[in-house]
Structures are given as structure tokens and as C-alpha cells.
Design a protein. Sequence first.
Length: 377
Amino acid sequence: MSELRETLIRHVQGRTVPGAVGLVARGGDVEVVAVGSVDAEGSAPMARDSIFRIASITKPITAAAVLMLVEDGVLGLDSPVDEWLPELAKPMVVRTPSSPVDDLVPAARPITVEDLLSSRPGWGFPSDFSLPAVRSLFGVQKDGRFLQSWPDPDSWVADLARVPLLHQPGEAWLYGTASDLQGVLIARASGRTLPEFLAERIFEPLGMTDTAFEVPESKRSRFTSYYSPTPAGTLERTDTPDGQWNRIPAFPSGGGGLVSTADDWLAFARMLLGDGQELLTPTSVSRMTTNHLTAAQREAATLFLEGQGWGYGGQVDVTPIDPWNAPGRYGWVGGTGTTAHIVPPTGTVTILLTQAGMANPTPTKVMRDFWRCTARS
């Protein structure tokens, strides 16, 4: 039995996850392990092609789509986003991060496409959730794991525009909001819905046949249930295969709305490792997978980044704090219990899909054990 299989079985037996699919690829050498069940009741065994809500490992895919529009000449990295998102023209900023929401100053400059890609538009979540402007944002940037409660994109952007920026554009890395804004930007700039654009430009060319914003009835036998952690440390089922992903929501979230499989995300990862193949230029891939944050911005984002950097749509490791933090490693985690990374220096891909959600921004023990195991093997 491989160390990867032993690691995942241990977590299933300990009931931290009902099941899991783990994948490690080094070039053409791919190990895939499926353990446990698609739900806590054991109604069907987990399989390599089981479908999961991938949450925030949607973000790298959305960033790649934005860069496609940059390469098409539709967008410019330095372009103000208010050309396509006029609701965000002339935003106001709280005077200091701790200021009340009515103590405002004008933004020093417009929000740009690059601000969205690097997660520095001024909206998003910092390490301190108690700040007044952050509390206002919670009314708009709701839990992305339950997207059927979100309004349509136009209404969402209008609601967001009424929330002041926590920081001036470009000054601070803040989590979450930028990727959802990217999704709206893609739709408006391309004249297509986000699901249509991603399907036509990324999923179909790469053969990502199970990646979408909904799961049709014909595939629901492969779709896992979803479990939220409780304060008691147990898991509570909060979505079923016939639940929130039985139709495309009013708000297709570029920050976390996709379902996918391990092999589908592997296809996307191999595109990045292959310098973009036919989808992106090597320059765009380099921009995606290079850290864009200053040391001070990384330090301020410790709750989420744990000292590492951020590229476009994903974390970039810059220092070997833990055994798995290989400098240049790129990827992210999803609040539904998913994680996916590439390590360009070694050509490695690691993907873990579970159906047990995160209680907070700190990666779960099964994620850390998976990373530790795959870093050794």
C-alpha cells in the first residue's frame, strides 16, 4: 500500500472525511487514490471520476480566462476596470482600515485589471474580520459554498459598489472578492456568460468534460454530497447531489463556483506546466505563477497565506516554511475541502478532493498530511 493511500485511508477511518481522491503526477507518472465513499452513509464507493464542488481552486481557472482576454487585446493589465464595470468608477476608501464606514476618502487611482488578478482591488477579507468595512462586505461577499442565495452579477456588483474599499487599490492583498469580480469582468468584456466562456475557451480545448457550474442529472450518480464542519467537530451534510448544483446559479462564481474531477484539474495543471500549450502564452503563465506581493503585503495576509506569496488566482510559495513549500509551487485550497498545486521546477501536480468543508482559512489536517506525504514521495 502506498503512503498516499495509507494517509487518506487513515483520515476516512478517523471520520475527518467521508472519502477522498488524491492525485500526484510527475510527468507521465500518475498515481490516483480513491478511498471511502461519496457520502457518509456509504451509498457508493469513491471513484477516480467522482465529481466534487471544488470551491476556490476555481480561482486559477478564472485568472487564466482573464489572461486570455488580455492576450486577445480585449483587456489590458493596466486598464481601469470601470470601462466594463462602471459601477466601480470613483470608489471611496475608508480613511484607515479601522475607520467607520462613513469616514471616507476618494480612491487615489482607478482599480485595474491587474489589481483584480493579484487580489489587490481594495475589497476582500483581511486577517481581521472585525473591521467596520469588512463587516459591511460580509453582507455582499457571502459564503461561496452556497451560491444559490447570491443575486445576479449586475445586482451583486451594484451592492459591492456601496461598500467602501478597505485599502487603496494596489496597497493590500485581500481575499475573495477579486476573483468574483474577475468572473463578472470576463462575462462583460467577452459578451458571453462566464459558464459559456470557460466552456468554450478552457474546458472543451483541454477535455475537461466534467467541469462546469452545474451537474446534470446524468452525472449525479458520480457527484459527492457535501459536509460542513460543526462546532462539535463533526460533519453535517449540507448539500446533496440533487441540491445546489442541479442548475447554474444566478451568480456563476469565478471565485469558487465550479465542480470538477481530479483528472479535469490535472488537464488544467498540465496546460500551465506546458507553458500554456495552445491556450496561453508562456508570458501569461509566468505572470500567473510568479509572486506579485511585497513582503509587507504577505505579512499582513498571514491568516490566509501563512507567509507565502500570491500570483494570479493562486498562492505562490516563496519560502520553505513547511516541507511542502517548494519555492515556485503554485495553487490554492478550496473551502469545500479541496486543494490543487503545481510545482514547476519539478513538473509535479498534486490534487486532493474531499467533500468535508473547512471551518476557517487554515488548511485542514488532511490537506497538510497530503502535502507532507506528496512532498516526500
